[in-house]
Design a protein around this ligand. Sequence first.
Ligand code: GRF
Length: 216
Amino acid sequence: MAPRVAVLASGRGSNLQALIDAARGGAPFEIALVVTDRADAFALERAKQSDLPARLVDRRRFAERRALEREIERVLDDADIAWVALAGFMRVLTAAFIATRPDRIVNIHPSLLPAFRGLHTHRRALETGVRITGCTVHVVRPALDDGPIIAQAAVPVLADDDETTLAARVLEREHQIYPLALGLMTSGAGVVDGEQVRLVKPVAEPPQGFIWPKLA
Ligand code: GRF
């Protein structure tokens, strides 16, 4: 049976959609649950359209971060969730939450980490004048946008880009890389070794422009 993944999303959920589509197309994981902390998240609508169970753990009901996390932990345990994929989940998770699924919580971030952690990555990439940016899928650690890198995809910054055009170019790559990177981990081909991810089984060559872990 494919490992059961919950996707945590606070917003439009386009990466959630990419993961749902990949799972249904034979990727080595099952999207078993969608969890959101916002009642107006379009991710909820996507779950409904895909006939997937979804749970709202409304951030407005919890004064304390740990209380909200505990409720999410309960929801995940009830659904027998092995892996968590963060997809635009706008909360920083505590070490206590992360410890519930060691090395089995992953995130996608719209920059080539460790550059541009945090918000407004594309604006900052344009301001800094980098010629290449991209996206990163990594294992989650308590520090913001930190943790062993699973895979990255590089995207050029073009002379006439603005935040919108650059974000769209990166997002297209996010939708490709997230299912591939999650699949590397859930299939057991990628393993966390200290602060790095290594491949312990040969896998298919990544698509052009994608950067993959080394074979151990
Ligand atoms: C993506 O750019 C993702 O990298 C970042 O938040 C955004 C979420 O977009 N963490 P979506 O909700 O998946 O469309």
